[in-house]
Design a protein around this ligand. Structure first.
Ligand code: SF4
Ligand code: SF4
Length: 349
């Protein structure tokens, strides 16, 4: 940071450098803020005259990736679970396998074969395989805990990076716009340096597909809950109903986005990356891909005898997703949004 603050060659590259220039010394909170403001485009690595083989061996994207990873553990809630961010790829993979196995075994033990492998059609068909109370009870409890943990993480981050109220609506609007448009991933129109010094928008478009796919799937679930509990219409719903249309579009968005991001990662230059942290990235991408793939498969085959097993498989993946949500790479979305809000507040001032 001190070298960059003296050099300032990269100050037009991203939001990190102007924010850095507002400081002369850097607290832990400052470093956490700047690390989460970095979107890992790697432009500053290829531009830097102090990068290896220079004796300073400055590798800012790699250093910031490591600090980012430390903030995930530092702000985790409850604190005793912070250790789950170590070897995170293995933790997420193991818990996913366990979640799928538990739901499959629970369903197989609960239901006789005639029910599990029998065809079920029409309203309430899913509840014939897995009781509504179990589905809503387990899903609702794990989701509520995940939301609480994410909110607590956000508040920990906010307090440590300066705290204080967001006084101006302008700051909120700017931060919301930066989050929703993934403005910084655009790199001023050039994109990121994924593989080498050449610029590409593939990472940004893949991230957009995954992000909006995820939001559409969430909207689909909320709409389905409205249909079920307010309108009294039990799932499954027709192919042209709002929940199914939202879920289908979202599912394809997540498939395309996660596959695109994995493809970018596989082909990227390892030099500016923190390679020991890649396991966490791949584990989350795989979990999101599985969530979308099993959901779409269930949609296509829901009128066949495979529905029971596919439903259990999909719910096992979703349960694992909820359980790992506050202790996986997913938290980068929370801290990055908080860093963008902090930056918007500074920018407005
Ligand atoms: S990354 Fe290198 S070139 Fe860029 S501001 Fe820092 S020291 Fe200067
Ligand atoms: S990697 Fe990109 S976003 Fe991160 S500090 Fe360097 S130029 Fe900025």
């Amino acid at each position: 940071m001190v070298i960059c603050n003296a050099c300032r060659y990269c100050e037009g590259y991203c939001a990190v450098f102007p924010a850095m220039e507002l400081r002369r010394s850097f607290s832990n909170g400052d470093l956490g803020y700047l690390a989460n403001l970095c979107h890992d485009c790697r432009g500053c690595y290829y531009a830097c005259q102090y990068a290896p083989p220079h004796e300073f061996a400055l590798n800012l994207p790699q250093a910031l990736a490591r600090v980012r990873s430390e903030t995930y553990a530092e702000y985790a809630w409850p604190r005793p679970l912070a250790g789950l961010f170590q070897r995170n790829g293995m933790f997420v993979s193991l818990l996913t396998s366990l979640g799928i196995a538990v739901v499959l075994i629970f369903t197989a033990r609960l239901q006789p074969s005639a029910i599990l492998y029998g065809p079920h059609r029409g309203p309430g068909a899913f509840y014939a395989v897995i009781p509504e109370a179990a589905m809503i009870g387990v899903g609702g409890a794990t989701f509520a805990f995940a939301m609480l943990a994410l909110v607590m993480g956000f508040l920990n981050f906010w307090r440590d990076t300066g705290g204080g109220p967001v006084a101006q609506a302008r700051s909120l609007l700017k931060a919301a716009s930066d989050v929703l448009t993934l403005h910084n991933l655009g790199g001023g129109g050039y994109g990121c340096n994924n593989r080498d010094e050449a610029f590409s928008q593939t990472r940004r478009y893949s991230h957009q597909a995954m992000f909006y796919g995820f939001l559409l799937c969430f909207a689909s679930t909320c709409t389905a809950a409205f249909y079920e509990h307010v309108l009294g219409l039990a799932a499954p719903y027709p192919f042209l109903s709002i929940p199914v249309l939202l879920g289908t579009a979202g599912g394809f968005g997540m498939l395309i986005g996660t596959a695109g991001l994995a493809w970018v990662k596989v082909g990227s230059d390892p030099a500016p990356a923190a390679n020991d942290l890649l396991g966490a990235d791949y584990a989350l991408l795989a979990l999101l891909f599985l969530s979308a793939a099993t959901g779409l498969l269930l949609l296509v085959l829901r009128d066949t005898r495979a529905m029971g097993i596919l439903l259990a498989l999909h719910l096992g993946v979703i349960l694992s997703f909820f359980l790992t949500l506050p202790y996986s790479k997913f938290v980068h979305g929370i801290y990055r949004s908080a860093a963008l809000l902090r930056h918007a507040v500074e920018h407005t001032r």
